[in-house]
Design a protein around this ligand. Structure first.
Ligand SMILES: [Zn+2]
Length: 452
């Protein structure tokens, strides 16, 4: 039998596998990892690339990305988003059901999104569906069509065509989702009634006060209560609040099927140091005080927070109101696709985060969340040969103009980070090599196997 593709090995003194970190050779055959062996056991006829002390980890899985194509491709698109991903060692993206148009709330709209991505993706891409009032009847076919789970908002999503759900809708949807064995992702902010009604212009302090921590804890309390009642798997996206984390930890101790992510920006920035009139820092929930960042870091290190995803949610400069600094009018969303590895590492190394924890947070746990762990997220025989080679000691300064996503607007511009991606392999093929993309877009569309 002829081999399915090239056979070669990557060698390093620091290969991150489920068993730990150490000197290994990753033997690649075609698209997959054939074996992981001590370097001296490598067959002598194999082409081997020795990366010395550079770290070899599984390709990152970014499970929270807004690609916005079709319909709002001027905000971000498959080509630019997946280029940025590849440059950051990210080999799998899972796209959110908004802000594309149509939003991904029906099998037909999922198909439109899949068609729009054809031939444009540099990395593999999966899709979340959406839960909105009125699409309960579509959920089964949407899950059957291959979404990795469904997402709902408990507050205004910012898009009229993706309205929020209330407890009544959740009570109808969660038994369906539980029966289908899929996951409900929740944007957990539940506005007070009446809302604080603050007038926000350019003051960051006012913006922060307009979306208080209580919104998060109220929303988390609600979904945990329903999770307990319906035993529907729940994932809380972009946690920003320390008290919210305490609620989730308690629920986990009670055995509820709940997971939680936070984002690089909540781990890196603190409200005390955010300038006024700079909407690059606007996101929801807002960037909170250092106290919350410290609690989130504790949660990460202790394993209470399952994963980190970027929530890359960009838009055009004018929609971001960079000219007048209007925080009320500006689109909320922080662009950081492809930067998660150095951002989390820069702060994490100061807190003794190790490579195994880092890899779990950025690869294996998000793969598991999206039902892709049968192929993605770990270096082990039989898995896709998705690999990132990176230098954990290299310092560099972010220059937004050199980033590969569509609009070069990010609050990380000018930040000094530690950790630099050297090479990215997608299913055994080199797709990124220090500063440049290699070859053609060869990303696959993914559907979940099952939640492991
Ligand atoms: Zn998001």
């Amino acid at each position: 039998m002829s081999p399915v593709g090239p056979r070669f090995a990557l060698v390093s003194s620091r290969v991150v596998t489920p068993e730990g970190v150490g000197p290994q050779a990753v033997l690649v055959a075609g698209d997959q990892i054939e074996a992981v062996v001590p370097p001296h056991e490598l067959p002598t006829d194999i082409d081997a690339i020795d990366y010395g002390d550079l770290v070899i980890m599984p390709g990152l899985v970014d499970s929270h990305v807004h690609i916005n194509e079709p319909g709002r491709t001027e905000w971000e698109g498959f080509e630019t988003a997946t280029r940025a991903a590849a440059s950051g060692g990210v080999t799998t993206l899972v796209d959110m059901p908004l802000n594309s148009s149509p939003v991904t709330t029906t099998p037909r709209s999922l198909q439109k999104k899949q068609e729009a991505s054809a031939g444009k993706t540099w990395v593999d891409v999966g899709f979340w569906g959406g839960l909105v009032p009125g699409n309960l009847g579509e959920l089964e076919s949407l899950v059957g069509a291959g979404v990795c789970g469904v997402k709902a908002f408990l507050c205004d999503s910012g898009l009229d065509e993706f309205p929020s759900v209330d407890e009544a809708v959740l009570r109808q949807a969660m038994p369906i989702l539980a029966r289908l064995g899929t996951t409900l992702l929740v944007h957990a902010e539940l506005p007070d009634s009446p809302s604080p009604g603050l007038e926000v212009k350019t003051s960051y302090r006012d913006y922060l006060a307009s979306r208080p921590e209580k919104w998060e804890t109220d929303a988390i309390e609600l979904v945990l209560r329903l999770c307990e009642e319906f035993r529907c798997r729940v994932h809380v996206v972009h946690l920003a609040s320390g008290d919210g984390l305490a609620l989730i930890e308690s629920a986990k101790r009670r055995g509820l099927p709940v997971t939680v992510e936070t984002c690089p920006h909540y781990l890196y920035f603190a409200a005390e140091r955010i300038p006024d009139a700079d909407p690059r820092f606007k996101c929801a929930p807002p960037l909170r005080e250092q106290l919350h960042g410290d609690l989130l870091w504790r949660g990460l290190l202790e394993g209470a927070i399952d994963l980190v995803a970027t929530d890359h949610s960009p838009c055009q400069p004018e929609r971001k109101h960079l000219d007048d600094g209007n925080l009320e009018a500006a689109w909320g969303g922080i662009a950081s696709l492809g930067l998660a590895l150095p951002i989390v590492w820069t702060r994490g190394r100061e807190r003794n985060l190790d490579f195994s924890q880092l890899s779990k947070l950025l690869s294996s746990a998000p793969a598991r969340l999206a039902g892709l762990a049968d192929r993605k997220g770990t270096i082990a025989p039989g898995k896709d040969a998705d690999l990132v080679v990176w230098d954990p000691d290299a310092s560099w300064t972010v220059n937004a103009s050199q980033l590969l996503f569509r609009h070069k607007i990010t609050p990380y511009d000018g930040e000094s980070l530690v950790g630099k991606v050297v090479r990215t392999y997608l299913r055994g093929h080199l797709i990124y090599d220090v500063g440049q993309l290699i070859g053609e877009p060869t990303g696959n569309l993914l559907r979940p196997h099952k939640i492991l």
